[in-house]
Design a protein around this ligand. Structure first.
Ligand SMILES: [Fe+2]
Ligand SMILES: [Fe+2]
Length: 148
């Protein structure tokens, strides 16, 4: 695969599926829900690291847009996403898994909006502005970065 949109879009889809399964099981199978949320945090954290350490710096270096532009917005949204993760995680740790629907729905809405912007603006831009070799390097760096 030599296409950032496809590679990252698949990761978004994978994350959406895990979060949806978490939402559906959290009131009926707490053990499974906790395991799902753990997976979700691990996959999303790796995804955000790929973006913040590989894709965004590439964009910033090519465009010279550091504190403005789409990447600046994406970084702010990542902080909002992390706030949601922390709040949900705290509820889970406190065994207050019931009543977190509002947080989960808020996170889902934020991610839907955020991912749509990345898939319509940022990833296609990177695919357009890179040579085949650059894209290959970017994708292999992401594939080779281990999951914490
Ligand atoms: Fe992102
Ligand atoms: Fe993303």
């Amino acid at each position: 695969m030599n296409n950032v949109l496809e590679f990252m879009g698949q990761d978004h889809d994978r994350l959406d599926k895990i979060l949806e399964e978490f939402r559906c099981t959290k009131n009926t199978d707490v053990t499974r829900a906790v395991a799902l949320f753990h997976d979700f945090m691990a996959v999303l954290s790796r995804h955000i690291v790929w973006e913040e350490e590989i894709l965004f710096p590439f964009f910033e270096q090519k465009t010279h847009m550091h504190d403005t532009g789409p990447v600046a917005v994406m970084r702010i949204e990542h902080n909002h996403i992390k706030n949601y993760l922390e709040k949900i995680q705290n509820r889970i740790l406190a065994k207050e898994i019931n009543g977190i629907d509002e947080l989960v729905c808020g996170l889902m809405e934020l991610l839907a909006d955020h991912n749509a912007k990345e898939e319509s603006i940022l990833y296609p831009w990177i695919d357009r502005e890179t040579s085949d070799k650059e894209r290959e390097d970017i994708i292999s760096r992401m594939k080779n970065s281990s999951m914490e």
